[in-house]
Design a protein around this ligand. Sequence first.
Ligand code: AMP
Length: 418
Amino acid sequence: MIQKPKGTYDLLPSETQKYRALENHLFKLLENYGYGEIRTPIFEHSNVFHRDSEFSDMVLKETYNFKDKGNRDLTLRPEGTAGVIRSYVEEKLYAKEEITKLYYLGPNFRYERPQKGRYRQFYQFGIEAVGAKSPSLDAEVVNLSYKIITSLGLKQVKIKINTLGDIESRKKYNDTLITYFTPFKEQLCDNCQQRLNNNPMRILDCKIDNKKDFVKKAPKPKDYLTPEAAKYFSDVLRYLNAMDVIYEVDDSLVRGLDYYGHTVFEVEASIKGFGAHNILGGGGHYEKLISEFGGPNLSGVGVAFGMERLMQAIEAEKIQLPAEKQFDFYLLYFDEKTKIAALKILSELRDLGYKGDINHLDKKFSNQLKRALRFNPKYLIIIGEEELNNNTYTVKDVKTEEQVTIDYEQLLKKLGNK
Ligand code: AMP
């Protein structure tokens, strides 16, 4: 038997139905905010992700890289933002609108150690508001993230927010961290020893080192903000307050990717038994990314949610997503002649938008009936010799067990409006 690759999963119809309900919910919310869907390739030229400025583990160690037959270096996307910004610049979207509002949904690939809530292929739903540096735009994306969790009814999920400041603040802060961590170098994990010089902020985010006391006591970004960066952050918070968004300022929050500046935030679940991977989504403001792709010197702000973790939270909080539509009817027949009549009405009713089916395997009536009931149809439509001769249908309401023999017009009335 051939098995699926490690870290991947199959979604069967009962699961896809729940994901579809979640996706529809998210799409509707985003469209209301004036965001449009973008679809970018699942693989990109490797340098879309492997950029000189990017030192995250995700990019350096976890990407699936390959060469195609033309000897091009390609990478399966590990995250959504870089591809969206590549497209934003390539399609010159900045020339069309001052602020471009996009959302995306699709699979990403990371070669990580699979665990509950962590896969090698996983789906992300993300938002990017690109083209402007504005505290109220940052606040809008945080607000949207808040609406995603509250509109789904998630209660044990909160937004944590922080600022990394502008380039000047981050330079001052990074230098301070290098000075602070250098005496502890031997106590850092191998990865963090390397991070010490090129991106010391990542040490604070390291899953191994961030438990160590000297890391917890490290200086915080807030003490190194320029007055402009401090004002930017207080404006973001003021706008969030105006929109009644509930959040928690976490001054030790820094985000995994290297392109963030100013606002960063995470959506964290604190549901009992949820497991170690409790960050449902994360995002922030980026300043250099657009120019790195050869575009103008513009900013953007975005967030990405892991769909599997969002679904895990929905299930852990026992939230009911809209259920799949019930079968309107199931057709039953007796022989070849009645089967032909049944297929005809099946096709007509489906054309009219009713959901129904038939058993194709010419089983005995009692067998057809038994299997039909597994689909939980509202009505059974039975076509026998007599119905065939009289152009009628015997319709049984499965719940009330009430049975009538009626003509086509009456049948449509019974099935209700579509
Ligand atoms: P990131 O791009 O690392 O900031 O991740 C954003 C969100 O994507 C996380 O909060 C998770 O919900 C989800 N995510 C990231 N990596 C994985 C993974 N390997 N498996 C499942 N979900 C993931």
